[in-house]
Design a protein around this ligand. Structure first.
Ligand code: AGP
Length: 372
């Protein structure tokens, strides 16, 4: 009903706008006196966390992309190898699980059957399991050894938005907790990462400020038949998430690629007028990564692509080659995905609306997939 939407025209629009709160509420109480504390992990003693030799993430769809983003952060901070498995692919082979394997599930609903079966299977094989979940008392957390809740609040729209940023937030807190326990980060580096995370809600608010421009772009592009998304490092899963949102909401063919893969195949798709969103890494991070992505932009532009760059404030290197530049606030490189995803969500939502489609309930999809 209109009342439930609190004056918004759709649940998705409301939930996109609630992202700063989703992140703030997920952080709340977990950073105390500049230190990360996750009391929910008490059933895992510090010794056990120090003994983890490998983390296997099981999840589907958008939740799996949150896992892919977190892989970069957890490996960098806690020096533990992390692999991301689609739950349904994990369950039906003979995955290697040993007593050093921690299985981390990610699910907004906590009821996704594929992920539930993966968690049950992992437990049968003797793995210890932690669930990242947005729904209190759902089945997956009940079947897990511990749960770290995301506090995004109920997500109603089929397309996941605020749950996604809350999942990355919870995973980052988990990664920093692990790094503290394992002693893999200098205290000042850890403190800096926590401060970066705490600054995200306000920056998300700023990123949302670009929504009108993104809406205009979506309305101009309402007849588009195919859109490509490129990203590198943590921008790669964001490219895939942008493509998934567009498929789900606007029924447009979309694909996300790792920018480095371009010359290994996908560049053959580029023809004049092909729209390509590029998530540009910060020039303040690895300068190398930034310049590599800028040269990718030059390559596709030379072949006629219509380039829409998502780039941080002040990054002028993209200006000569991009047809459009959507700005996001400055953040440390690992934190950019939390901001870069916003214009992609808004783009898909607005394009869906421009086509007169049901943004909250796209065809053929269910909010939570409770069958295998
Ligand atoms: C996201 O927009 C999708 N509707 C879908 O990919 C979703 O993220 C996936 O089905 C997993 O759901 P869960 O987080 O409830 O397990």
């Amino acid at each position: 009903s209109a009342a439930e939407k609190g004056g918004w025209s759709s649940f998705m629009r409301k939930e996109v706008a609630e992202q700063p709160d989703a992140v703030a509420n997920t952080i709340r109480g977990r950073i105390v006196d500049g230190e990360v504390r996750i009391p929910e992990l008490e059933s895992f003693g510090d010794d056990e966390l120090r003994g983890v030799r490998r983390i296997t993430v099981v999840a589907c769809g958008t939740a799996s992309y949150a896992g892919q983003v977190a892989k970069y952060a957890i490996e960098q901070w806690a020096r533990v190898p992390v692999e991301i498995e689609l739950s349904h692919e994990f369950r039906y082979r003979e995955p290697v699980i040993d007593d050093g394997t921690l299985v981390l599930s990610i699910s907004q609903s906590g009821e996704t059957m594929d992920t539930l079966m993966a968690v049950k299977y992992a437990r049968e094989q003797g793995a210890r399991t932690i669930s990242i979940c947005n729904t209190q008392g759902a089945t997956i957390p009940r079947e897990s050894d511990a749960v770290v809740y995301t506090h995004a609040g109920p997500e109603v729209a089929v397309a996941s938005t605020k749950a996604f940023v809350a999942q990355i937030t919870a995973l980052y807190l988990f990664g920093l907790h692990l790094a503290r326990v394992r002693g893999t980060l200098a205290p000042e580096v850890l403190a800096e990462a926590l401060a970066e995370l705490q600054a995200i809600p306000a920056k998300l608010q700023t990123a949302l400020g670009q929504s009108e421009r993104v809406a205009e772009l979506a309305h101009w592009m309402a007849d588009t038949r195919s859109v490509l998304f490129l990203g590198r490092h943590v921008g790669y899963p964001i490219a895939m998430e942008g493509a998934l949102k567009l498929k789900e909401l606007a029924y447009i063919h979309a694909e996300g690629f790792a920018a480095g893969e371009l010359k290994h195949g996908p560049i053959a798709l580029i023809e004049p007028g092909q729209p390509v969103f590029v998530v540009v890494p910060s020039p303040r991070g690895s300068a190398n990564l930034h310049s590599k992505v800028v040269s990718n932009i030059q390559e596709i532009r030379a072949r006629g692509a219509r380039v829409i760059a998502i780039a941080e404030d002040g990054d002028a290197a993209v200006l000569p080659y991009a047809d459009e530049v959507i700005r996001i606030p400055l953040a440390a490189p690992l934190f950019e995905p939390l901001l870069a995803v916003v214009p992609l969500q808004v783009f898909a939502m607005e394009l869906s609306q421009a086509k007169g489609l049901d943004v909250d309930q796209p065809r053929n999809l269910a909010k939570s997939v409770t069958v295998e």
